[in-house]
Design a protein around this ligand. Sequence first.
Ligand SMILES: O=P(O)(O)O[C@H]1O[C@H](CO)[C@@H](O)[C@H]1O
Ligand SMILES: O=c1cc[nH]c(=O)[nH]1
Length: 297
Amino acid sequence: TTPPEQQVQVKNPHLDTMEEDILYHFSLGTKTHNLPEMFGDIKFVCVGGSANRMRAFAQFIHQELQLPGNSEEIRDICEGTDRYCMYKVGPVLSISHGMGVPSISIMLHELIKLLHHAHCRDVVLFRIGTSGGVGLAPGTVVISSKAVDHSFHPQFEQVVLGKVITRSTELDEGLANELLQYSTELQDLPTVIGNTMCTHDFYEGQGRLDGALCSFSPEEKLEYLRKAHEAGVRNIEMESTVFAAMCRVCAAVICVTLLNRFEGDQITTPHDVLVEYQQRPQVLVSHFIKKRLGLII
Ligand SMILES: O=P(O)(O)O[C@H]1O[C@H](CO)[C@@H](O)[C@H]1O
Ligand SMILES: O=c1cc[nH]c(=O)[nH]1
């Protein structure tokens, strides 16, 4: 049986009372743009930190779906602002979100409202990113079973009106398993399911010894990474908890590991290898999209 169609939900009663909604950081709005016409057919949304990666992904998916037109000429829908970039390729939207929780969280507020205003249905969301591996060979793709915070709890804390509120960061288990299954159909795509730890810093916050500040010893660093590994953490990045808390249903986090943090802190891998690693989550998501669209069996 096919599950019932799901409209993208906003959980804010005040939105209904607003005559106009300006999506400031996208340079879009409900009065200035016909959002249902522009975005109503979106079924897949892919987000990632870097603007160039998300443009490359849009071009890649354009070729993979064999859509008409020149993939080099894809236009940035958010060219009126340089906060984020956004590309639409058929039913796929590709958006950059910058680095860290505050940056992606602003983008997600406006993205979820955009999908709601456009009356989108049955949308699947993916974060395709990079990460530091915990006990994995560099280049391994990690599909997050859940996103956990610095103390390995599946929760996202947000300060609202001066008080801390906590939201759950469980992700869609069925979607993660489906993605893992598809990874076995592809070559050179070592993939695991594991917990992803989200931090608010790349250096001390991830237990790195090579930042401008460091307040701990190499032994303390390894002890923390060992505890993380024991708690099921397989990679570390900087957006997954808020992404999971805000998207949850029909959302997946797929990040490639650039290094094994038990072996070091600096990313010494050559540029061309890093580029190939970054394509791995894109290849997996593209395969998923083609399956869902019935383009491959
Ligand atoms: O590759 P992206 O998607 O930016 O993700 C990871 O890379 C950045 C740090 O280098 C952080 O944003 C982290 O989450
Ligand atoms: O170690 C890493 C690598 C990429 N992104 C992170 O957040 N950490």
